[in-house]
Design a protein around this ligand. Sequence first.
Ligand SMILES: *Cc1c(COP(=O)(O)O)cnc(C)c1O
Length: 393
Amino acid sequence: MDLSYILNHLGEDRARHYGAVVPPVYQTSMFCFETVAAMRAALADELKTPFYTRGNNPTVELLRTKLAALEGAEDCLVFGSGSGAIAAGVLALVAAGDHVLCVAKPYSWTRVLVRDWLPRFGIRVDFVDGGAVADYAALVTAQTKLIVLESPNSLTFEQQDLSAIAEMARARGIVTLCDNSYATPLLQTPLALGIDLVAHSGTKYLNGHSDALVGVLAGSAALIRKVFRGPYMTFGAVLGPHEAWLALRGLRTLPLRLARIAQTTRAVADFLRTHEQVETLYEAAAPTVSRFGLNAGELAGSSGLISITLRGGPAAADRFCDALQRFLIACSWGGYESLAFPIAGLSVSENYQATAARYATLVRLSIGLEEPDLLIADLAQALARSANGSDHD
Ligand SMILES: *Cc1c(COP(=O)(O)O)cnc(C)c1O
C-alpha cells in the first residue's frame, strides 16, 4: 500500500462524518444502542465495534488502522504510552515457569519490567549482550517463550540480527517482540523480517510533536486479540480519543519530518565526528553497531538520534549542555525540537542509576527540524565552552 494513501486516506471513511476532511474526535467513553439486540451485536466483538471506549473508539481505531498498515501488520493496538504497550505485549505472552530472553540494553523501563517484575511472577530472565543469533540461541531453553529485542536502541544504537533471531525463535515456538521506536516503520518493518510483535513509543517520531504519550503494538490478528483480551482490557493502559487524534495529525507529516531530521543529523554527525572535544560519537551507522541493521539492509537508514561523550568527563558534559542555546535540555526525543539529554543527570534517580553509571559522560542529542547551520553553530560554541571549564560568560 502506498505511503501517502495510508497517511491521507486509509480508514478515513469521510462520508460517515458529513464529509469532514479531518476526522472528528469521538470524545466519548461509551456508545448507546437503540435495542438490546443491537447492543448484543456490538458486544460480540469489542475489539472491532464501539461499545465502551476502553475496547474500541472510532478515533482510536483510525489510528490503529493506519499504524497497522505502516507496519504491514494484520492488526494493531494503541496504548497510553510506549511502556504500557511493551508491558502489555510481554505480560500477554508469559506465565509462571517460563523463561524470557531480553537484549542487554533495552529502554530503561523495559529493563525494569523484565528484570524486576517478571521474576516476581516466577518467570526467569536472561539478558543477552550481543546482536547475533548465536548469542540468543546459546541461552534458549525448553521453557523460553519470548525474546525481547530493540534494534537499534535509543542510546548507543546497537542492532540485532532480527531476521535470523526471528527464524531461530519461530522454529522453536518462541515469540519475538521488537521495539522499533528508533527506526519507525519508514526505516524498518520487523514483521517483514519475521518478528511477531512490533512495539513503539509513538510519543517519539510517530506523534512527533512532543505533546502526547502514545504506545503501539502491532502483529498478527491472533496475537493482537490475545493482548486485547488480556492486558489491554484488564490493565486498561489505553490511548484516549484526543491523544489518538493528535497522533493522527502528527502522523500525516512523518515522512517529511523524518527525511529532514535524518538529513540534518548526518550534517551534525559529520561536524561532531572530527571535533577535538568529542571523545566518542555513537550513531546507528557506526561500524561497531551497524553490522546487523544498517549494513545488513534490515534498517534502511538512520533517523535523528546521536550520542557523544566529551573529553573532560562528566563536568564537561554538564558545561556543554548548560551552554547550548538552541537545544533544550530534556529527556525523550523524536519531536520537532532539538534536545540534549545528559545521561549523568539520571544518577539522582534510583531507577536510572545503572544507566547513569555506565554512561556518565554521555550526552544524547535528538535532532529536530531547525536549520542545520544554527544547530551546528550552537554545538560549536557549547563545545568550546565545555573545553574551557573555568571560563565565565
Ligand atoms: C521512550 C521510549 C519507550 C517508552 O515509551 P513512552 O511512550 O515514554 O512510555 C520505549 N522504548 C524506547 C526505545 C523509547 O525511547
